[in-house]
Design a protein. Sequence first.
Length: 283
Amino acid sequence: MEAGACAPCQPSAPAVEELELELLLAALVQCYGYDFRGHERAVLRHKLAAAMAQLGARTISSLQDQVLHDAGAVATVLRALHVPPAALFDDAGEVAQLRAVLDASLRGAALPKVWLADCAGAMQAWTLAMLLREQQLDGRTEIFATVPSDEQLAQAQDASVALAELPALQENYVRCGGQGALLDHLIVQDGRAVLLPHLRSRITWAQYNLVTDASCNEFQLIVCRRALPDFGPVLRRRVLRLFHDSLAPFGVLGLDRPLNADDPLAASYRPLLPPLPWYRRTA
């Protein structure tokens, strides 16, 4: 180095970690088609920390190396980044809100459709199917439950519940306002409990990417309360526009937080359960 020349600046540790993260996200989308680049960075770092601990990776770069060369590592990272699986009746607040909006959103439609976007697995869909049965809406309502990965799709379609788990799940059910026995909605097969066949027949499972896919149907109710908190502002606007394009007139939208007053779509909705983030489309 010539006299008086400055040594190259070394990037700070946070800058290096940010670069590592961007490279990992690029690898996931280029190699496997899963695009998390529009997600909140703080959320991604928190979720990736769990995957790194599980895989023994000290840095995001070492995690990326495993993702590029080990299918098992890819599966671990995707499980960490996607919406975690729900349990039956695991969110009393959400169940109470669903009970309050199902009749208002579905009763007047001839063949109502519900979209569980980025569904938290079979148990979230089963919970909704049971609520529809309680309100005598199950016979004509179709649930479209979409998940972003093949693994999640297979798990949802083959889901069952161990009999040993039923007492705790029954407590969840009662806590959420259930009046009878959880087993009234289930059937025991091969030592495990599964949803009644006629309720399972009302659930259509599909792989669907909220980041890239277009509107796929028209729905009277769209619920996306568990995935939206992970989305950054640009992706969030994109997904809300997608929901708007997929929601029938006077349909109901269930979100994770209230719409911003300056959101260009806000004028098309009115609160259904203020101050909770459930909205009826009016335009």
